[in-house]
Design a binder for this molecule. Structure first.
Ligand SMILES: [Fe+2]
Length: 271
């Protein structure tokens, strides 16, 4: 999908009256929301505090924001590739934690001189495709404790309560796939490629995605690209289902209907 089309299809005007409801519903339905007009770091913080309960990530500053830019040699350290200028393979943020943060918010502070396009991959679409195309390989990808991401042993697709699914992946050299999974990885990569949607974020534009469903990455870049990232969990009153549905047609169970976010969630000045 063209980058502008992907951004437009998920766009929510976060200053609009019905924004809270639309953000919650779109996150639950599609796993991602895009927005714009968030130009300053303080505005990123204000919006983040309305959208999520921020985590204190290893690389974040005191305000919960991690500035992602090319910091040179730091990127050579295992697990720090984000702080270089090279592209990032599709991944889950904080994949080595037992329970990664549910939400990833990324806002463009400054564009690259060249390259640096963001992209997202719907893990639900990848899972649904593999269900019909490669069910045996999919079994390997669901096998518990068959994959190691840094210190975490788990699976690429994990079944959680009542059959809901979650995806977890990294391909930055810190991963280890046991033999049945390693055989499935080329097929997984091909499916990921087919479901990759590029999103060019201009200054002030950003996305909020479900880190348990969507993978994300970026292309190589050159220049002073600067992105603001905040990791966190949904705010109270904005509950998401425990994962994505294992089949596209599955309806949400009554107890898992998505409540609307508090009306005041996104009100107020944002930039
Ligand atoms: Fe990331």
């Amino acid at each position: 999908m063209a980058s502008h089309a992907a951004f437009a299809s998920q766009y929510v005007d976060i200053a609009s009256d019905d924004a809270p409801t639309r953000v919650a519903r779109m996150l639950a339905r599609d796993g991602m929301v895009t927005f714009d007009r968030v130009y300053q770091r303080q505005s990123v913080v204000r919006l983040a505090l309305r959208l999520l309960a921020p985590w204190r990530h290893r690389d974040a500053d005191a305000d919960g924001v991690t500035v992602i830019s090319d910091r040179g040699f730091i990127a050579a350290r295992p697990g720090y590739a984000g702080f270089g200028a090279r592209g990032l393979e599709p991944h889950t943020d904080s994949s080595s934690l037992d329970l990664p943060p549910r939400l990833v918010m990324l806002v463009c502070g400054r564009s690259a001189d060249r390259g640096g396009e963001s992209y997202v991959v719907d893990g639900a679409a990848v899972y649904h495709e593999l269900t019909s195309r490669s069910p045996e390989l999919l079994k390997a990808l669901q096998q518990p404790r068959a994959v190691r991401f840094a210190s975490h042993w788990g699976s690429v697709f994990e079944t959680v309560g009542d059959g809901w699914m979650r995806i977890r992946l990294r391909l930055d050299g810190v991963e280890h796939f046991t033999p049945p999974v390693a055989e499935a990885v080329p097929v997984l990569r091909a499916a990921i490629e087919r479901h990759t949607r590029e999103i060019v974020l201009l200054p002030g534009q950003g996305y909020l995605l479900d880190n348990w469903r969507m993978l994300h990455g970026r292309r190589n870049f050159r220049g002073p690209r600067r992105m603001y990232r905040v990791l966190g969990d949904p705010v109270a009153g904005c509950v998401l289902p425990p994962g994505f549905a294992p089949s596209p047609g599955r309806a949400l169970l009554p107890q898992q209907r998505i409540p609307e976010c508090p009306a005041a969630l996104l009100s107020g000045e944002i930039s």
